[in-house]
Design a protein around this ligand. Structure first.
Ligand SMILES: [Zn+2]
Length: 263
């Protein structure tokens, strides 16, 4: 089961990556300011490094927890018998809301921002930005996720559904794909389109501290953190203090949380 879940996620990760990369190359939103190959080496280097370290540390603990809570009937969803599609829906909505809060905390708590800076320091955005994270941020969030699966009593298939949806949504809204306006507008009613997340990657701090949603766009709308009225063509991506991409190599990115905490 664990092997299947890991290979399932890898299949969706690889599929999303290749499909979006091909589309980005054919119809880019705008030309990149930094050679794609350099950024890809960093971003995919981090992705591979993180996967190895997290697997070594936790070894698929989220899925093991999900199996354990199902067999021992832990958690609030096991208090009543629910059809599996309801369990999947509740898990996706609840974990996405928790992720919204976690993402907001990553911006307002200085200790967490140290790690989250690695994600925002990318000077351009594309599908590879979706998995550019510091391993420290992912390790802390993995521990929180285990607690949430226990609380919820989420079965394996609903955690898998969340993970896959999360991955594909993040890949899509980080992509530099030129998306037709009508599609953006329709998608935006429920989900996070690239234009909404692009504002979140702006160098302007008051723009960056908005649009925290990953799958659904309504958390930002309900909780007053939505920002849409920004000239998309004027958005500069990244962190103002890190304007020299040659200083943001793989090792520098790993060390970034332990350097001066610039906003
Ligand atoms: Zn962020």
């Amino acid at each position: 089961m664990l092997g299947t879940s890991a290979s399932g996620r890898f299949f969706f990760f690889g599929g999303g990556l290749l499909a979006l990369l091909a589309m980005e190359l054919l119809a880019p939103y705008r030309p990149s300011s930094v050679p794609k190959a350099k950024r890809w080496a960093n971003n995919l280097g981090l992705t591979a490094f993180n996967s190895l370290v997290l697997y070594g540390l936790f070894g698929g603990v989220a899925m093991k927890t999900a199996m354990h809570v199902t067999s021992s009937q832990w958690g609030v969803m096991n208090l009543v018998a629910l059809p599996s599609w309801v369990e999947i829906g509740l898990t996706v909505v609840f974990l996405d809301f928790m992720l919204y809060i976690w993402h907001l905390l990553n911006h307002v708590v200085p200790f967490l921002w140290r790690f989250h800076r690695v994600h925002h320091s990318d000077p351009n955005m594309d599908v590879s930005t979706a998995t550019r994270f510091h391993v420290g941020e992912l390790a802390i969030s993995a521990v929180i996720k285990v607690g949430l699966i226990f609380f919820l009593g989420a079965p394996v298939q609903s955690v898998m559904a969340f993970e896959i949806l999360l991955m594909l949504c993040a890949q899509f809204h980080h992509s530099s794909l030129k998306v037709p306006q009508w599609f953006e507008r329709a998608f935006w009613i429920l989900f996070v389109p690239p234009s909404m997340h692009r504002i979140h990657h702006s160098v302007i701090i008051k723009e960056r501290d908005t649009n925290y949603g990953t799958i659904f766009s309504f958390w930002d709308r309900f909780l007053g953190t939505l920002l849409a009225a920004v000239d998309q063509n004027g958005i500069r991506i990244g962190i103002g203090a890190y304007s020299k991409p040659e200083r943001l190599g793989f090792l520098q990115l790993l060390w970034l949380p332990f350097t001066r905490p610039v906003r």
